[in-house]
Write a protein that binds this ligand. Structure first.
Ligand code: 5RP
Length: 251
């Protein structure tokens, strides 16, 4: 792996505090520099990826990019891309994707990710799993020592049928990590429903999960589970925007 640090230049004499959204935008714009005309592009979901999709739309409109085909990772991104006039397709027609750009909730030192707090983890995993390159874009608040380390949830997409039974299986699986499981709600007292008509069970760990690959395999063996938010060994590049500049980490 390699690491490149680009500092903000020219050096600023006064400290300028960038908002988290400005950092997200910096990372997103840097990632769009990887986009070339003619590419099939995986379009991510969330507030960071949104900046990348906006930028791609802008470059298309200016004629600086041509012949792009976007593969959206959610209905939300699909709508955004349509409003920007980005031509779209899907994995059925384009099973190989040149490059995907998407955010993450957590990034560990090995570039493993937690994704899906936006609820789009299944389509994201399908699209990003089909990519030759996956550039992940984050602000520095997303960096963790180990996945689950931010104290926020690890999302698991489950079928609605007897979701409590499935949540119990998940809790049991991670008993040694002090796991609590909760159904994501939509903020209006109802269950949050994904683009695929499923629910999201959120797992909170008191302790580290240990072997992530083993944890991933065990979760996927539970019959009611559709997919989980650990993206292991998938990102080829992570672009981190911080107050001191942009850091690019390559696999
Ligand atoms: C959606 C995701 C997002 O990429 C992740 O939640 C980060 O979101 P944001 O860029 O808004 O911080 O995985 O399912």
């Amino acid at each position: 792996s390699s690491m490149e640090v680009l500092s903000l230049s020219p050096p600023l004499s006064l400290p300028v505090v960038l908002t988290q959204d400005e950092l997200k935008k910096m990372a997103a714009y840097k990632a769009v520099e990887y986009v070339e005309s003619g590419m099939v592009l995986g379009l991510g979901t969330g507030s960071t990826a949104k900046h990348a999709v906006d930028r791609i739309g802008e470059l298309l409109r200016q004629g600086k990019l041509t012949n792009i085909i976007g593969i959206p990772t959610s209905k939300q991104t699909q709508e955004q891309a349509i409003s920007l006039g980005i031509p779209l397709s899907d994995l059925d027609s384009h099973p190989t994707v040149d490059l995907a750009i998407d955010g993450a909730d957590e990034v560990d030192p090995h570039l493993n990710l937690v994704k899906g707090r936006g609820g789009s983890l299944l389509r994201e995993k399908m699209v990003e799993g089909a990519c030759k390159k996956f550039v992940c874009i984050v602000d520095e608040s997303k960096l963790v020592k180990h996945l689950g380390g931010s104290g926020l949830a690890l999302p698991v997409e489950v079928v609605p049928f007897c979701w409590k039974f499935t949540a119990g299986k998940l809790r049991n699986l991670f008993k040694a990590s002090g796991c609590a499981a909760r159904l994501r709600n939509d903020g209006k007292g109802e269950a949050f429903v994904t683009d695929n008509g499923n629910y999201i069970v959120e797992l909170y760990m008191e302790k580290e999960m240990g072997d992530l690959r083993a944890a991933s395999d065990a979760v996927l063996r539970i019959a009611g589970v559709v997919e989980h938010g650990m993206f292991l060994d998938m990102a080829t590049t992570v672009i981190v925007a911080g107050e001191l500049g942009i850091t690019i980490k390559n696999k």
